[in-house]
Design a binder for this molecule. Structure first.
Ligand code: GRG
Length: 304
């Protein structure tokens, strides 16, 4: 199916998500050197983590955001969608390292450092992050947004004010009882910043107007926080097998989470409140944003 046809996807959400996942998988595979290219170890490690499955939520949001802003051809949006998944995968590899969360399981498989050793795992993360910027640099600039804007926004979201800020605050919070405001500070940076970026890149690739860009940004702010609260809830309520990563780790490592700060039921209520807020942010975008709204509902339904 071509990407142009995909925009008209008449099926339900699961068909839509499945189609988008396949489109993203194909693009991701093409975004990296082949596993045999020297030095093969690094390319094998990059491909091992990037092509290990995962929900592909962030690139799917990039594509759905572009559609919500009027895109009918997804081809020009795919490099931005891939870039966010490369950065996300890098952050997972590094987060799993012994010096960070020290995890053995990710996306249902042994973590990168377990398979390739710590040195190659660090470098695979570095190389994925770097390659993300190469993909962004190749985007054909839409009228309203020069490529420098894509690069700068991505660097900010992945940098020491957002993603890395969240990770540092998370590391420093271990074992301490945090206020809900502190937990929110971490979640907004560690998780919501990349969700907002995913949506903004899709909107910008679709040459969104300022008001469309504002709407998807507000949606991302609410959805990103809801997504991390739901992730916190799942860590307590689901098995490792179901999650494809070690469950119950947050409690063991005394991590900063919503359930530990306000309890499970209040966390569910907060995720539901944020999902309603995400919905109302989309109002001005009209029917084109229906998929974004459905994705928000779908994510929330995982927490019950
Ligand atoms: C190491 C710079 C650096 C950052 C790490 C992403 C992250 C920050 C840590 C991973 C652990 C964690 C719970 C992060 C919060 C974001 C999150 C819920 C990640 C998992 O995302 P999913 O559920 O995973 O979309 P898949 O595998 O489906 O892509």
């Amino acid at each position: 199916m071509t990407s142009r046809k995909a925009v008209r996807d008449p099926g339900g959400l699961s068909l839509y998500l499945e189609h988008r996942r396949k489109l993203v998988e194909k693009t991701l595979s093409r975004s990296l050197p082949a596993a045999s290219v020297r030095p093969a170890t690094i390319h094998q490690a990059m491909r091992y983590s990037l092509l290990a499955g995962g929900k592909r939520l962030r690139p799917i949001l990039t594509l759905a955001s572009a559609e919500a802003c009027g895109a009918t051809d997804l081809t020009p949006v795919l490099p931005a969608a891939s870039a966010v998944e490369l950065i996300h995968t890098y952050s997972l590899i590094h987060d799993d390292l012994p010096c960070m969360d020290d995890d053995d399981l990710r996306r249902g498989r042994p973590t990168s450092h377990k398979v390739f050793g710590e040195g190659v795992a660090v470098l695979a993360g570095d190389a994925l992050l770097t390659q993300a910027f190469a993909l962004l640099a190749r985007i054909k600039a839409p009228k309203r947004y020069p490529i420098a804007v894509f690069l700068e926004e991505t660097a900010t979201a992945a940098g020491s004010l957002q993603l890395i800020a969240g990770q540092v605050a998370d590391l420093e919070a271990e074992g301490r009882k945090l206020s809900i405001a502190d937990v929110r500070f971490i979640h907004e940076r560690k998780t919501a910043a990349m969700v907002i970026l995913s949506l903004r890149l899709g909107a910008m690739a679709a040459n969104a107007t300022a008001s469309q860009l504002k709407a998807v940004t507000e949606f991302g702010r609410a959805l990103g926080l809801a997504f991390q609260i739901i992730d916190d809830i799942l860590d307590v309520t689901q098995s490792s097998e179901k999650l494809g990563k070690s469950a119950g780790k947050d409690l063991k490592a005394a991590k900063a989470t919503y359930p530990s700060a306000i309890g499970l039921e209040a966390s569910r209520k907060e995720a539901a409140r944020l999902t309603r807020k995400a919905h109302s942010s989309l109002r001005s975008l009209g029917v084109k944003s229906a998929r974004l709204a459905q994705i928000a509902d779908h994510l929330l339904s995982r927490s019950f």
